[in-house]
Design a protein around this ligand. Sequence first.
Ligand SMILES: Cc1ncc(COP(=O)(O)O)c(C=O)c1O
Length: 375
Amino acid sequence: MNFIPYGKHSISKEDVNTVIKTLTSDFLTTGPKVKEFEKSLINYCDAKYVLAVSSGTAALHLISLALLNEKDKVITTPNSFLATSNSILYVKAKPIFIDIKEDGNIDFDLCEKELKKDPSIKAIYGVAFSGKMLDQKKLKKLKDTYNIKIVEDCAHAIGAKEDNIKAGSCKNSDASIFSFHPVKHITTAEGGAITTNSKELYEKLLILRSHGMVKTSNMKPWEYEMKELGFNYRITDIQCTLGLSQLSKLDSSIERRIQIAKNYDKAFKDTTIKPLYTFDGKSSYHLYVIKVDFEKLIISKEELFLKLKERNIGIQLHYIPINKQPYYKSLGYGNEKTPIMDEYYKQCFSLPMYYSLSDKEQEYVIKTLFEVLNA
Ligand SMILES: Cc1ncc(COP(=O)(O)O)c(C=O)c1O
């Protein structure tokens, strides 16, 4: 058996051919494909405005620049990739880490408690962890009740929906982001996007994406003005060509992921391996996470990781609590009361989950996992 990683991109012949066409066109960087990709994302996720950018991290940074001020307090989750809360630090705002629920997503009831305790909190950055939608009813309640900005980090969740609300549609948030890193559902190599329904926010982001530079029709043809301190977070036509081709296959890719999740759910039913959540139609399954109570077993989490690696299976830990990272500890974080996250960190890891994971490979993963755990 060849090595089975936890995640992997899928590049088809059409993907390759269409990128080659762009490589021989007049545009390599910002050209028509960027707009085309943005339009396709607008259609796909039901948001009014989409800005494609160079990475998911760039998307989060731009949102933080546009929505936050220095010293603003922002509620966020410890269960994410570093980029989510780093983007709050980039603008010298202050993350507040709140515990998660059993499904890995931030606990909005605890967020509400915090908002009641501290009305100066300016925003919530939630993450649709593993591909599971943030609870939209609770999000709506928070948005309607409190004067806060809401950002949905949907880096894991393109294609997910709950009660016909699509990830990225921003029905109950100010903005969402996607990542198109190769382990995600669709890839542009590096790449990301911001979605929003606010014209004002979109226009601000558009300027920040390209150096804070403005060019208007009443200017002389060679003129441009820098209005703000922006960045070069542009994505290229080459990347967007790949993105367009990948996007056309997204639904079938999610169907496959759901089928794989159902296969795992079935294999683990009534065993010592507990899925973080079983199929409920709300996840587009970037990750399939399982919980194992290692305290009841002889094998440790580290041994399991290494033994599976020896047998050509790559599992992964999503995530080490961000607030416990050395850099965050140096800022005074790390002692928050997050019992669910602490337990999650002891017990959970992600199994291989990607479009081209064959039935045979899934069977091998399941069989080997039981063998190693029961050895
Ligand atoms: C939840 C989450 N947010 C943000 C990012 C950052 O995305 P990118 O790698 O495209 O910068 C990632 C990437 O892994 C992520 O998983």
